[in-house]
Design a protein around this ligand. Structure first.
Ligand code: DQA
Length: 143
């Protein structure tokens, strides 16, 4: 089965954007890391700067994915639409933040997505994505 790795606004610039906060590794490195720990599962990594595209991919995941890893980026803190979409998805959902959001500005401390997420990871850098995939694999079973 397939695990979707969804990424929100500005994460296309991962590696170039505020590297002191988000590191120098890119989304391609994230995809490699996720594939290394995916067992028999397929990884589909997607990124958009558009809230509606993220919502559409979550709807697509209802048919095509067994689990979702999501870094909603800034939409974490603003988007009831992303939360509502995730609430239509039956499989495991793990929320990932590269930075330790609780150590940052107060507006980053609240997450709408956490109301749905089965697990939340923050501050582990891009290793957080691998930890999230491992958790989904263990929840789904191999293959
Ligand atoms: C982020 C944290 C968010 O607050 C921020 O808006 C991002 C990235 C992270 O991965 O640390 O764009 O989700």
């Amino acid at each position: 089965s397939t695990i979707y790795i969804l990424n929100g606004p500005n994460l296309n610039l991962l590696g170039k954007r505020q590297p002191e906060i988000y590191g120098r590794e890119t989304l391609d490195d994230v995809a490699d890391l996720c594939r290394d720990v995916a067992g028999g599962h397929e990884i589909k990594l997607l990124q958009s700067n558009w809230e509606g595209q993220i919502v559409d991919w979550i709807h697509e995941a209802r048919e095509k994915a067994a689990g979702i890893v999501i870094n909603p980026a800034a939409l974490t803190h603003t988007s009831v639409a992303v939360l509502d979409a995730l609430n239509t998805f039956d499989g495991p959902v793990i929320e990932v933040h590269i930075s330790q959001i609780h150590k940052r500005e107060a507006f980053r401390h609240h997450s709408y997505v956490s109301l749905r997420a089965d697990g939340v990871i923050a501050g582990l850098g891009i290793e957080g994505y691998a930890a999230a995939v491992r958790r989904i694999v263990s929840l789904l079973g191999r293959g």
